[in-house]
Write a protein that binds this ligand. Structure first.
Ligand code: DOR
Ligand code: ZN
Length: 431
C-alpha cells in the first residue's frame, strides 16, 4: 500500500508532499504524483518523526486489569508515538531474557508501535544482585536500557557494577533517582504545602543526592547514565554541571512535571499522586527552561496506568502514577512552545530524535526523507481538544487532565508506512 501525504510541513518547513511506499519514504517534494496511492490531505498539518517514549509502563506481564501491551500501544499510537520503551517493573519482573522476549513479542502482535523492552538492573528489582544484563542484551529483545524504575538502585556498589557491565556493550542505566532512606513514608513533595497538609514529605535532596552520586560514578566508570523523570530545579543544576564536565549523562522530564504543581495535593485526589511527586511552581519553571535549552534531553511520559481500586482510594493508599501517552504532545506544546520556547524542530528533537538515539532505535527519530522508514506522525497545530477520561483508550482512567482543554491534535500516525491512526482515530483493523 502506498500513501501520498499532500501539502504537509515537515517539522515546520515549507509544505511539500511525502510519498510512502513499501514501508519507507519513497519521495519528498512538490506536486508528487503516484497512481494508486491513497491520498492524505496534509494541508495545515505538521509531519514529525514518530514520537519515541523512553518510559512507558505497559503493565505486561502481570496487570492486565490496568493495561495491556495492546491497550497501551493504542494509547501510544493515538498520542503520535511509533516506539515506546516498556518499563521492567512488571509481574514477573522483566529481569530475564524470557520476560523481555515475551514483552517484545506482545508488542509485535499488537503491531501499533515498536515496543522496546527495558530490562531490570537487579533481580526482582530488589536492589541486591545484578540481573542477567548480558543475556537480556543478547536476547531477541536486544535490551540496551536497564532500569529498576519504581525503585532506585540505591546501593552505590551495585550501581557502579551495573554501569561497568553495560559499558561493555554501550548500554545505559536509567536511574529512578530516589534515596529511599530520605523518602520512607513520603506522600508528596516536602515543602510548604506538605507542612500545611500534614503529609510526610519527599524532599528534593533525595533525588538530587542520587543524581550527583551517579553522575560521579558514571564519570568514574565512563559509562552512560540516564536520569528518569527529573523533577527539581536543583537536579537541573547538577545535570548541567555533569554535562559541562563531559559526563555521559542524559535526562528526561515528564509532561506532568512541566505543568502540575504540589498544591494539587491539597485536593487529596490521588490522581495527583505520582513518584517523584509534583513539585513547586519554581521547579516547574526550571524544568521547562531546562527542556527548552536541552539540559534535559527528552520528554518521557512515565505513562503509569493503575486500576481503579489502586487509585480511587485514600491518598495514602493510592499507587503513584498517571496516564501520559495520549496527552504528552499536547501538554508539552501547551507549556513549552511559544516565545523563546520549543518550535516544531525542538519538539521533534526532544520527543523523537533524541529519545530514539538514547534507546538505539535506528528506525525511529528520523525526519521523513527518501529511504527513511516511514515512522511518522501528522499533527494539527491549530487543533484543540478536551480531555475526557472515558474517551482515552488506556485500560485505566487515571489522567490528571480531566476536562482540560489542550492544544494540538494527532491526526495520523504511520508505523513503517502503515497507518495506525487516521483522522485522529485508530486505523482500520486496530480499533
Ligand atoms: O509514579 C510512578 N509510577 N513512579 C514510578 O516510579 C513508578 C510508576 C509506576 O510503575 O506506577
Ligand atoms: Zn520512576
Amino acid at each position: 500500500m502506498s500513501y501520498l501525504i499532500r501539502n504537509v510541513s515537515i517539522v515546520g518547513k515549507p509544505a511539500c508532499d511525502i510519498l510512502i511506499r513499501d514501508g519507507v519514504v519513497a519521495e519528498v517534494g512538490a506536486d508528487l504524483s503516484a497512481t494508486g496511492a491513497e491520498v492524505v490531505d496534509g494541508t495545515g498539518l505538521i509531519a514529525l518523526p514518530g514520537l519515541v517514549d523512553l518510559h512507558t509502563h505497559l503493565r505486561a506481564p502481570g496487570r492486565a486489569d490496568a493495561e495491556t501491551v495492546l491497550t497501551g500501544s493504542r494509547a501510544a499510537a493515538l498520542g503520535g508515538y511509533t516506539a515506546v520503551c516498556a518499563m521492567a517493573n512488571t509481574a514477573p519482573v522483566a529481569d530475564t531474557a524470557g520476560v523481555v522476549e515475551q514483552v517484545l513479542r506482545l508488542g509485535q502482535e499488537a503491531g501499533l508501535v515498536d515496543v522496546q523492552p527495558i530490562g531490570a538492573v537487579t533481580v526482582g528489582l530488589a536492589g541486591e544482585e545484578l540481573a542477567e544484563l548480558g543475556t537480556m542484551a543478547t536476547s531477541a529483545a536486544r535490551v540496551s536500557i536497564f532500569s529498576d524504575d519504581g525503585h532506585c538502585v540505591s546501593d552505590p556498589r551495585l550501581m557502579r557494577r551495573a554501569l561497568e557491565y553495560v559499558k561493555a556493550f554501550d548500554g545505559v542505566i536509567a536511574q529512578h533517582a530516589e534515596e529511599p532512606r530520605l523518602t520512607a513514608g513520603a506522600q508528596m513533595h516536602e515543602g510548604e504545602v506538605s507542612a500545611r497538609l500534614g503529609l510526610a514529605g519527599w524532599p528534593a535532596v533525595a533525588e538530587e543526592a542520587i543524581i550527583a552520586r551517579d553522575a560521579l560514578l558514571a564519570e568514574h566508570v565512563g559509562a552512560r547514565l540516564h536520569i528518569c523523570h527529573v523533577s527539581t530545579a536543583g537536579s537541573v543544576e547538577i545535570i548541567r554541571w555533569a554535562k559541562s564536565r563531559g559526563i555521559r549523562i542524559t535526562a528526561e522530564v515528564t509532561p506532568h512535571h512541566l505543568i502540575l504543581t504540589d498544591d494539587l495535593a491539597g485536593s487529596y485526589d490521588p490522581v495527583y499522586k505520582v513518584n517523584p511527586p509534583l513539585r513547586t511552581a519554581a521547579d516547574v519553571a526550571a524544568l521547562r527552561q531546562a527542556l527548552i535549552e536541552g539540559v534535559i534531553d527528552v520528554v518521557a511520559t512515565d505513562h503509569a496506568p493503575h486500576a481503579v481500586e489502586d487509585k480511587e482510594c485514600e491518598w495514602e493508599y493510592a499507587r503513584p502514577g498517571m496516564l501520559g501517552l495520549q496527552t504528552a504532545l499536547s501538554v508539552v506544546f501547551s507549556e513549552c512552545s511559544g516565545e523563546g520556547g520549543l518550535d516544531w524542530d525542538g519538539v521533534a528533537e526532544r520527543m523523537s530524535r533524541t529519545p530514539a538515539r538514547i534507546a538505539g532505535l535506528t528506525d525511529h527519530g528520523r525526519d521523513p526523507a527518501p529511504g527513511v522508514p516511514a515512522n511518522l506522525t501528522l499533527v494539527d497545530p491549530a487543533g484543540r481538544w478536551t480531555v475526557e477520561p472515558g474517551e482515552l483508550v488506556s485500560k485505566s482512567r487515571n489522567t490528571p487532565y480531566r476536562a482540560m482543554e489542550l492544544p494540538v491534535r494527532v491526526v495520523a500516525t504511520f508505523l513503517r508506512g502503515v497507518p495506525t491512526v487516521l483522522d485522529g482515530k485508530l486505523a482500520g483493523g486496530h480499533a
